[in-house]
Design a protein around this ligand. Structure first.
Ligand code: MN
Length: 263
């Protein structure tokens, strides 16, 4: 017993290999955690591999571990001590939370629109310099109003007003972190994993100012997909839908307009 009279919290990492029904094992771990108050996460990594981080009061942790061990059915089961990370939920990791999209947008200013699907809307930020895969680079992200789910499903060549946009990257994303979404966004620190054509791996959005509009920083997390020193928006300027850059689209639109005038 700790001095405050509560049992000391503990944390473990569990790996089950050769799980017969990984989905069922994930569901059983979630049910066990819900019943005991254990926190952390579980994920199905495919090929019968299920990994979990479990933390909380020892009896709660033991219950979830027992559930996972039963699911291992005498096949691979490994358990290691881990650090208590302060989770506030028991999450299923590795599942899509919806779509993310990053559009390159020429409006009154040139910027990138970052949108994440959350509860039926696209939460949106304007990122003047675009995302980076370099964890040392922090990019300003200005929160803008929510958009509809069909925002940036198509592209618009710059018209006579000079406005246009391309879909610079898109794909599914996973919600991560220790706090349940959308509360994580409300509290100003959200961690997520992108599975795009250009952007892969963990990112964080950290709110730095509550002014109007609220300012955030978009930061690549240090993981296998981090590329220190890289500049992905310069390296890969093209649309993932059409292969064209915003400048290509601009030139084409102008050529078309010229052809129409000549016709
Ligand atoms: Mn925009």
């Amino acid at each position: 017993m700790a001095q405050n009279g509560k049992p000391r919290k503990r944390a473990v990492r569990v790996t089950v290999s050769g799980a017969g029904d990984a989905q069922a094992l994930v569901a059983a771990a979630v049910a066990s955690a819900a019943g005991t108050g254990a926190l952390g996460w579980v994920r199905d990594d495919g090929d019968g591999l299920v990994r979990a981080h479990v933390e909380g009061e020892p009896a709660a942790v033991d219950a979830v571990v027992a559930t996972l061990e039963t699911g291992a059915g005498g096949r691979g089961f490994e358990i290691d001590r881990a650090k208590v990370e302060g989770h506030e939920q028991f999450a299923i990791r590795g599942v899509s939370a919806g779509r993310f999209v990053i559009a390159e947008h020429q409006a009154s200013t040139h910027h990138y629109d970052l949108r994440l699907e959350v509860d039926g809307v696209m939460r949106s930020w304007a990122v003047p310099r675009g995302p980076s895969l370099d964890p040392a680079v922090k990019r300003l992200a200005v929160q803008v109003e929510d958009h509809s789910l069909d925002a940036n499903v198509s592209e618009r060549p710059p018209g006579p007003d000079g406005h246009g946009s391309i879909v610079w990257d898109q794909g599914p994303y996973e919600q991560g972190g220790r706090v349940r979404w959308p509360e994580a966004l409300d509290r100003g620190h959200a961690v997520f994993v992108l599975h795009g054509a250009k952007l892969e791996g963990g990112f964080a959005l950290q709110r730095t100012g509550r002014g109007a509009p609220p300012q955030w920083l978009l930061i690549k997390r240090r993981d296998d997909w981090a590329r220190p020193g890289s500049d992905i928006v310069a390296e890969r300027p093209e649309s993932v839908l059409s292969g064209r850059t915003l400048a290509d689209a601009d030139a084409e639109a102008e050529a078309e307009a010229e052809a129409e005038r000549d016709a």
